[in-house]
Design a binder for this molecule. Structure first.
Ligand SMILES: C=C(O[C@@H]1C=C(C(=O)O)C=C[C@H]1O)C(=O)O
Length: 146
């Protein structure tokens, strides 16, 4: 950059930018990995792999969705820690579970599974909130506001 040119945003912006993932770099993931390779008819294998392509897309979406959900619940955790609120909120959970069970029924998903899945996530969230609260009590000044 010459002395006379104004600084560009990319020269001055301190926000770290993630390295772009090179196209086609799937971390060595083999979508055709299977213990059935060679043991099933090739047409059946082709159909299986085609459906598995959709499953892979759905699983990737689930990871992104969960990452966003945990970002949101981390914010709730910091808010609760700052205001000394309890990690869990059973009243809220009861309402969420009833709602998700209804949605699951509409979507032809087993409502018992939907409830188990939500409870599994919530228990992890509560664990995070307890840790955030402990850290906050030990060192309130170090708590960042995400
Ligand atoms: C995220 C919260 O904290 C806990 C986790 C919840 C969740 O993961 O949905 C719901 C209620 C709380 O037990 C909250 O209070 O909103």
């Amino acid at each position: 950059m010459s002395e006379t040119q104004p600084a560009r945003a990319e020269d001055t912006d301190p926000t770290p930018v993630a390295e772009p993932i090179p196209e086609g770099d799937d971390g060595g993931y083999d979508p055709a990995a299977s213990s059935l390779q060679g043991a099933v008819d090739s047409a059946v294998m082709r159909e299986l792999l085609a459906v598995r392509g959709s499953i892979d897309n759905i699983d990737a979406t689930l990871v992104y969705l969960l990452a966003e959900r945990f970002k949101a619940t981390q914010r709730v955790g910091h808010l609760k820690a700052r205001h000394r609120l309890p990690a869990g909120d059973p009243g809220r959970e009861k309402a969420q579970i009833a709602r998700l069970r209804r949605l699951a029924e509409e979507a032809q998903l087993d409502p018992a599974f939907a409830e188990k899945f939500l409870n599994f996530i919530i228990s992890e969230v509560i664990r995070h909130h307890e840790a955030i609260s402990q850290n906050h009590q030990q060192d309130p000044a170090r708590q960042q506001r995400p």
